[in-house]
Ligand binder design. Structure first.
Ligand SMILES: Nc1nc2c(ncn2[C@@H]2O[C@H](COP(=O)(O)OP(=O)(O)O)[C@@H](O)[C@H]2O)c(=O)[nH]1
Ligand SMILES: [Mg+2]
Ligand SMILES: [Zn+2]
Length: 354
C-alpha cells in the first residue's frame, strides 16, 4: 500500500520535511495494544514500540503515540521497530480518562471528520448529539450526524426525529442509513472520500463496527477475534483500529458510555452558537446565564425565542467543563507540590551528608 492510501497528504509531507528526519521511515499508527503499536508503512504493517527517550520525555498521555498518528520510526524487521517521534497532529479527540482523576485520554488523532452515530431505536438522544458536537468542535474535527437502523421505524417517525434535530442543530449534515437493507448506507457514501480520515463516535450498540465492516466490504477477521475475546470476558474497551477502505480511512472507537467533555470552550461556543450570540447582550460580561438580572439568555427562554432544552444541556456541559478544568488544575498543583517535596528531600539529604 502507498502512504497516500492511509492518509498521507501535502500537510504531512510538509511537516515531515520540516522535521528533517529523512533517514527515518514514516508510518501511521493503526492500533495500540498496551505498549505495542501497529504502524502502517509502505513495507506493510509493523509492530513497534517507542524509544526510551520518547518514554522518558513524555509526561502526559498526549505525548504518547495514539491511533491516527503519523510517526517517524526506525524499522529493523517486521516485528521490531522503534517509534522515534510523533509528527504534530492536525486534530486530537480526547475524553476524560475513565477512573483517573483530572486526566485526559486520547481517542484518536489526525481526524478530518467525525461520524456521530446514533441508532433511531432506543439510543436516540439529542443532548448526547450536542455533547459529541462539542467534542468535535473542541478537537478541530468536522461532524456529520448519522442516524442508523432506520429499518426499525417508519418514515413518519424518521421525519419527526430528523426535524427534532434540525430544530436544535442548524449547520451539521444529517444522514439517515441502515446497514441491514440493500443500498442502506448509500446516502452516507456521498459524504465519504478515499484518503480522508473519519472517526466513528457513538454509544455501544449503535452499529459502528457493522458500518465499518459494510464500508470495508467484508467482515474483518479482527472483529471476530475481538468478539471471541469479549466472550471470554477479557477487556477490549481500549481497542481502536484504523481501517483503510475505498470510502476513506475509518477509526472505530469503543462505545463511549459517557462523553466527558474536556477543555472545550471553543467547542461549546460552536455547538451552542445561539446561546453565545445572545450572551453578547447580557448586562454583565462574565454572566453565567443562571441567575443574573438582564441576562439575554434567560430573557430569550422567557419569551420562547430560545429552546429550554438547548439551554439545559448547555448549562450541564458548561458545568462539567468547569469541574474538569478545576480537577486538572488541582492535579497539576498536587504534582507540582510533590515535585517540590522530592527536590527538597534531595536537597536536605545532600546537606546532611556533609
Ligand atoms: N436493525 C438494525 N440493526 C443493526 C443495524 N446496524 C447494526 N445493527 C445491529 O446492532 C447491533 C450492534 O452493532 P455493532 O456494529 O456491534 O455496534 P457497535 O457497538 O457500535 O460497534 C448488532 O447486532 C448489529 O447487527 C441496522 O441498520 N439495523
Ligand atoms: Mg463495535
Ligand atoms: Zn447571561
Amino acid at each position: 500500500m502507498k502512504l497516500k492510501d492511509f492518509g498521507y497528504n501535502e500537510n504531512i509531507k510538509k511537516l515531515r520535511s520540516e522535521m528533517n528526519l529523512e533517514n527515518f521511515d514514516i508510518g501511521r499508527v493503526s492500533a495500540q495494544h498496551k505498549n505495542k503499536y501497529i504502524v502502517k508503512t509502505e513495507k506493510g504493517d509493523i509492530e513497534a514500540e517507542i524509544t526510551g527517550n520518547l518514554r522518558y520525555s513524555a509526561d502526559d498521555s498526549e505525548d504518547y503515540p495514539a491511533v491516527g498518528d503519523w510517526v517517524f520510526l526506525m524499522v529493523y524487521d517486521t516485528s521490531l521497530a522503534l517509534i522515534y517521534k510523533i509528527i504534530p497532529r492536525k486534530s486530537i479527540i480526547s475524553r476524560k480518562s475513565v477512573g483517573q482523576y483530572g486526566k485526559k485520554q486520547v481517542i484518536a488523532t489526525n481526524i478530518d471528520y467525525a461520524i456521530v452515530l446514533q441508532a433511531v431505536d432506543n439510543d436516540f438522544n439529542i443532548n448526547r448529539i450536542e455533547r459529541y458536537l462539542t467534542l468535535c468542535y473542541s478537537s478541530n474535527v468536522q461532524p456529520i450526524i448519522v442516524l442508523n437502523k432506520i429499518d426499525l421505524i417508519d418514515n413518519t417517525k424518521l421525519e419527526k426525529l430528523v426535524n427534532s434535530i434540525r430544530a436544535r442543530i442548524k449547520k451539521v449534515p444529517i444522514v439517515t442509513i441502515s446497514t441491514k437493507i440493500t443500498g442502506g448506507i448509500e446516502p452516507l457514501k456521498k459524504y465519504l472520500e478515499k484518503g480522508t480520515t473519519y472517526c466513528l463516535l457513538g454509544s455501544s450498540g449503535v452499529g459502528k463496527s457493522t458500518l465499518t465492516n459494510n464500508l470495508f466490504g467484508k467482515e474483518m477477521m479482527l472483529t471476530k477475534e475481538i468478539r471471541q475475546h469479549v466472550e471470554k470476558g477479557k477487556h477490549t474497551t481500549t481497542h481502536r483500529e484504523l481501517i483503510v477502505t475505498n470510502y476513506g480511512i475509518l477509526i472505530d472507537t469503543p462505545g463511549m458510555k459517557e462523553v466527558g467533555i474536556v477543555d472545550s470552550s471553543e467547542g461549546i461556543h460552536t455547538a451552542f452558537e445561539d446561546i453565545i450570540v445572545l450572551a453578547k447582550q447580557c448586562k454583565f460580561s462574565n454572566c453565567t446565564h443562571t441567575n443574573e438580572v438582564h441576562c439575554a439568555v434567560l430573557e430569550a427562554i422567557d419569551n420562547n425565542s430560545l429552546d429550554q432544552s438547548i439551554y439545559d444541556n448547555y448549562v450541564k456541559i458548561e458545568k462539567e467543563k468547569v469541574h474538569f478544568e478545576s480537577s486538572i488544575a488541582e492535579k497539576r498543583k498536587k504534582d507540582k507540590d510533590f515535585g517540590k517535596m522530592v527536590k527538597q528531600m534531595k536537597y536536605t539529604k545532600k546537606r546532611t551528608k556533609y
